[in-house]
Design a protein around this ligand. Structure first.
Ligand code: G3H
Ligand code: ZN
Length: 300
């Protein structure tokens, strides 16, 4: 058996190494939501073409749609076939039980989002999840300040019309949260609203810088990655040593628009002959992000 295959098949301990490599070498790994087999195909094709590590994100809706064990098996298959690092992450999970099921199914990374819960409850559950996950070498991401918006087309609004800047992460409170819970990755809110808006989102980079200074050993993730000003993204990777950037809305919009076009233009009924255009458009988005995040040719 090719020894490199086994590295990526037994990912649980290697997730940390993959993230540490990104932090050390100064690039971020794209965390792309897999909504269906077509988007999973688009993401993996892009990653293979550019020889990049990737994180596959599956939210509750996506996990329910594809299936937990099915996702785990698909990722194992793609790892073996493509021989690149692929991390499977449960995205924005809001319950201990759901995290536990994902851990048992074989996910590599768990994002517990208790940001809508009272602080003490978030803290308590996050601690329990860390205990459960660390016993199996699984990375845990935590969230304290709810990242506003949703992964959708909000292009009728400007980010500033939706953003409540008073809800941005307080770096000192973030340090307490990370220290108390023991999470590996912290998801901060500093302008990175979820979704696509009529103008580009701008980041409050001094907040990020302060978080980085107070949490030198914590992985930092950037949610709401769609439609953020490219320069802000590059500065965030540089000064914040961001290792994970979540992208969903841009892929959703690209998929839907391309699929609509194909459906309008064809009388074909074989689905696999209708979807390639949508796969291609999503792949283009993913390739652009991989290049922007600097993870091209970092798969080995
Ligand atoms: O968790 C997923 C994301 O943070 C995606 O954000 O829809 O703005 O790309 P986005
Ligand atoms: Zn998110």
């Amino acid at each position: 058996m090719n020894s490199q295959f086994s590295i990526y098949n037994e990912l649980t301990m290697n997730t940390k190494e993959i993230l540490l490599k990104a932090q050390k070498e100064g690039y971020a790994i794209g965390a792309f939501n897999a909504a269906n087999i077509e988007t999973l195909k688009a993401i993996t094709l892009a990653a293979k073409k550019l020889n990049s590590p990737i994180i596959i994100e599956a939210s509750k809706g996506e996990v329910d749609y594809i299936g937990k064990t099915q996702l785990v098996d698909l990722i194992k298959d793609y790892r073996n076939e493509l021989n690149i690092p692929i991390i499977l992450n449960l995205d924005h999970s809001e319950s201990f039980e759901e995290c536990e099921e994902a851990v048992n199914a074989g996910f590599d990374y768990i994002h517990f989002d208790g940001s809508k819960l009272p602080y003490d409850e978030n803290l308590k559950i996050a601690k329990e999840i860390v205990k459960m996950c660390h016993a199996k070498g699984i990375i845990v991401e935590g969230e304290m300040d709810h990242i506003q918006g949703s992964s959708a087309d909000h292009t009728k609004e400007k980010p500033d019309e939706v953003l409540d800047k008073t809800l941005y992460t307080d770096p000192k409170k973030a340090k307490i949260f990370v220290d108390e819970t023991g999470i590996d990755t912290f998801a901060a809110f500093f302008g990175n609203l979820h979704g696509l808006y009529s103008t580009e989102k701008r980041l409050k980079l001094d907040v990020l810088e302060e978080i980085r200074n107070l949490l030198p050993n914590t992985f930092l993730s950037l949610h709401g990655g769609s439609g953020i000003d490219n320069k802000d993204i590059m500065t965030a990777i540089k000064i914040g040593k961001i290792v994970k950037i979540n992208i969903n809305s841009e892929m959703r919009v690209a998929f839907k628009n391309a699929l609509k076009r194909s459906l309008n233009e064809t009388s074909e009924v074989a689905i696999y002959k209708i979807t390639p255009g949508a796969i291609e458009e999503v792949q283009k988005i993913v390739e652009g992000k991989i290049k922007l995040f600097g993870s091209e040719n970092r798969a080995s």
